[in-house]
Write a protein that binds this ligand. Structure first.
Ligand code: ZN
Length: 552
């Protein structure tokens, strides 16, 4: 984007402190002082205050919130180190307050909504492995070293060079000992206040996990929680930030309050998974795993985001845990973050539809369909298979850096498959056109996250695939898109089959070819996205959050 360049030029040069962690900074450069320039990079984000009705909580639960928020702040610190390096050294050298704020939103000097383009002068491209690996490490070197030291591949280690220059694996709980211990103590204190036995058990085990690096037991305990109103997700979780291998888990935290009315409404869908798995439009070999029947769905208001989930585009639904062993035994929990979704719908999706969706179809863009599509996306992560049928191990291992985008693409398209089935069966009372049209508007919303985001890549791939199949078409005269009702169903089935097959085969080269073919930004699409930007439609939200806005 042209304005990106101008901001980078205005930013001034930065002086980076030397850092043993392999911070991806360029050679130290003399600092050029201030620019009082207004940065319009911040216009990509619109602000939203994270609150909820705290009267649904007990006194003890309200007392736990500040502890959990403080624990979340430790995840913020860890994620900064994982994504970039020393945050203080970076932020203290940025004179322009808007630009400093923008760096905070991005947890580093690279614009997450712009394929990680640097927005600070003197900063080079973002290393694909972020700060998890030495910047001078090659994939070949890593793969050779893994033979002798499998811990290098662990979700929970930083890779560094030892004194002899060889790659070593340092567990997170050692590398981030201060932060992990602090978070652990706070979570432990919260556990002492917990009244719900499931929550208490989980918090005790999670406090332990943060300082031992053994997350399995606490993940299992998290799956066993059923009646708690207050919830927290904390620790190293998602692997999107590692764009070399997708191995390393990024620190994050969410503090959540359950919306009981909505949760009850959602509860029944997980039970339908086994049937839906059987009906998937793919050969039997690719649907031979049985989805966990213990899976559950809930609606929550988020009251705090920290670390990975708070970087760049904000998560609106959670599907965890990621550990395949827990998934096979207990399924997953799917948490819809209702207040964050409402913010994105009102402030971003409706304005996008106003520009890019055909006028006569615009009324089909509804919050209920947006909520439903996101919910079914999360449920659909439980469909398909986790292990390849070709002896290539888990799908995640086999597809490496493409695993996340392909998995997100699977969940998106199978979510549509699900809603279609459930409406046919009378299980979900809604108009299919609402779901399809809202889905189309959402594709534009998500492509704007850029190709550094797994969701952005998944949506770009799907846009091109659907366009090729005529699922929607563009009207030249108005510059708007419309769903073609006759073509969308075959497109959903075809893409579902394609992705499920790619995952089951675990054939990395075939996935690479698929990505190369469909992950293309066409000039027409770019021009349409530029219209959204020039209309001033924000790309995503940032949160006003914490104990102050909660009145605690
Ligand atoms: Zn997902």
């Amino acid at each position: 984007m042209p304005r990106l360049l101008s901001i980078a030029c205005l930013a001034g040069l930065l002086l980076f402190s030397a850092c043993e962690t392999g911070t991806p900074a360029e050679e130290p450069t003399p600092m050029i002082t201030d620019t009082a320039a207004e940065s319009n990079l911040l216009d990509k984000y619109t602000s939203f205050t994270l609150t909820t009705d705290l009267s649904t909580l007990t006194e003890n639960e309200r007392a736990m919130i500040p502890l959990l928020i403080e624990a979340g702040k430790a995840m913020n610190e860890i994620f900064w180190m994982q994504a970039y390096g020393d945050s203080e050294a970076l932020l203290s050298e940025i004179a322009d307050p808007n630009l400093r704020r923008f760096a905070e939103i991005n947890y580093g000097p690279w614009d997450r909504l712009e394929a990680n383009a640097p927005f600070i002068d003197g900063v080079g491209p973002k290393p694909a492995g972020a700060n998890y690996y030495p910047v001078d490490m090659t994939q070949e070197e890593f793969e050779a070293a893994v033979e002798a030291n499998p811990d290098l591949q662990s979700l929970y280690t930083m890779v560094r060079r030892g004194d002899d220059g060889a790659l070593t694996a340092i567990p997170y709980h050692e590398y981030f000992a201060d932060q992990m211990q602090r978070a652990s103590e706070l979570v432990k204190q919260a556990s002492e206040l917990a009244e719900d036995p499931g929550l208490k058990q989980y918090l005790e085990l999670r406090a332990e996990a943060l300082v031992t690096g053994e997350y399995f037991e606490s993940d299992m305990a998290w799956m066993d929680m059923k009646d708690n109103t207050l919830d927290v997700v904390i620790g190293p979780i998602e692997t999107y930030e590692d764009q070399i291998f997708g191995y390393k888990a990024a620190a994050e935290a969410y503090v959540l309050v359950k919306d009981r009315a909505w949760s009850d409404r959602l509860a029944r869908y997980a039970a339908l998974l086994p049937d839906l798995q059987t009906g998937l439009p793919v050969a039997d070999a690719y649907k031979q795993e049985t989805p966990g029947s213990d899976s559950d769905l809930g609606a929550y208001d988020a009251i705090y985001y920290a670390g990975d989930c708070n970087a760049g585009s904000k998560t609106i639904a959670i599907n965890l845990p990621n550990d395949e062993r827990v998934q096979l035994e207990k399924g997953t929990r799917r948490l819809q973050l209702k207040n964050a979704m409402q913010a994105k719908f009102d402030k971003i999706l409706i304005p996008i539809a106003g520009i890019l969706i055909a006028e006569d179809q615009r009324s089909h863009v509804t919050f209920d369909a947006f909520f439903g599509n996101t919910m079914f996306h999360e449920v659909a992560h439980g469909l398909g298979i986790k292990n390849t049928i070709s002896g290539n191990g888990t799908v995640r291992e086999a597809l490496r850096n493409h695993a996340s985008a392909i998995e997100e693409g699977k969940a998106d398209v199978l979510g549509l498959y699900m809603v279609t089935k459930l409406i046919e069966q009378g299980e979900w009372d809604a108009a299919l056109m609402d779901h399809y049209t809202t889905f189309l508007a959402s594709i534009f919303r998500s492509i704007r996250f850029g190709t550094s985001s797994a969701h952005g890549r998944a949506n770009l791939i799907r846009f091109n695939f659907f366009q090729e199949m005529g699922a929607f078409s563009r009207d030249e005269a108005t510059g708007t898109y419309r769903i073609n009702p006759d073509n969308i169903q075959p497109a959903i089935d075809a893409l579902s089959e394609k992705i499920l097959t790619l995952q089951g085969d675990g054939d990395y080269d075939a996935v690479q070819a698929f990505v190369d073919q469909y992950q293309q930004m066409t000039p027409q699409l770019q021009a349409d996205l530029d219209r959204l930007a020039s209309a001033g439609i924000p790309v995503d939200i940032v949160f006003e959050q914490g104990t102050d806005v909660l009145g605690l």
